[in-house]
Design a protein around this ligand. Structure first.
Ligand code: MG
Length: 218
């Protein structure tokens, strides 16, 4: 079981499920040639996919095209089901930085066949995840610059203000399907600039006011 920390406090959370939103930034939808969804595109990564800051990503040998997706992560601190939008922010304990690693070649093949995405999205090491800063320390989570560099070169440079679904909307919609438990993590989608990573690369994801995570690729 993976435990995450709420920085500056003694609180630790056993991470349960990681509920992820796809296609939440229009420029990223365009770069992959996807359609803008009317309903949220939701999938789950298991907690066994998490690696901490300083960890090593191992790309499975059934893929030749692993992509980085830097995302704002939400740590749920209060369990809820059918959470109304106006109460959603009260369920967030903290904010963190996640990288939703995706085997794009495998995902594309699965999409074509109408098959599930887990083998492309949920493999071991597919979720580098920082510790979390308490929610009270982030002024406006809908206006945070988020960047990802590979070997020091900027690949993704976006802002959470470009999200199409707001954080309360995401929590409300996800909690209609899944009970969100304390310790669950939500990934809110990635801005444009996703690209391939290779053996030996060093990736760093950073979100202002929230933190930074750096991992290497085996
Ligand atoms: Mg993603």
């Amino acid at each position: 079981m993976y435990h995450t920390h709420l920085l500056g406090t003694s609180e630790r959370f056993a991470v349960g499920k990681i509920v992820c939103l796809g296609r939440n930034y229009s420029e990223h939808i365009k770069e992959l040639g996807n359609a803008v969804p009317d309903k949220p595109v939701i999938f789950i990564k298991p907690s066994t996919s998490i690696i901490p800051d300083g960890g090593t990503v191992v790309i499975p040998d059934y893929s030749n095209d692993c992509h980085h997706e830097v995302e704002l992560a939400l740590l749920i601190g209060l369990t809820g089901k059918n959470i109304p939008e106006e109460k959603a922010m009260g369920h967030i304990a903290g904010y963190g930085v996640a990288i939703d690693l995706t085997l794009r070649d495998v995902q594309s093949a699965q999409k074509e066949k109408g098959l599930p995405w887990e083998i492309a999205k949920g493999f071991d090491t597919s979720c580098p995840l920082s510790d979390f800063v308490p929610a009270t320390r982030v002024k406006d989570p809908h206006n945070l610059q988020l960047t990802l560099t590979v070997n020091g070169e900027t690949r993704q440079d976006g802002n959470t203000s470009y999200m199409m679904r707001s954080i309360p909307q995401i929590i409300a919609e996800m909690s209609e399907i899944f009970t969100l438990e304390a310790g669950d993590v939500i990934l809110t989608g990635t801005p444009a600039g996703v690209s391939r990573i290779e053996s030996g690369d060093v990736m760093a994801g950073e979100i202002e006011q929230v933190g930074r995570i750096e991992v290497k690729v085996k």
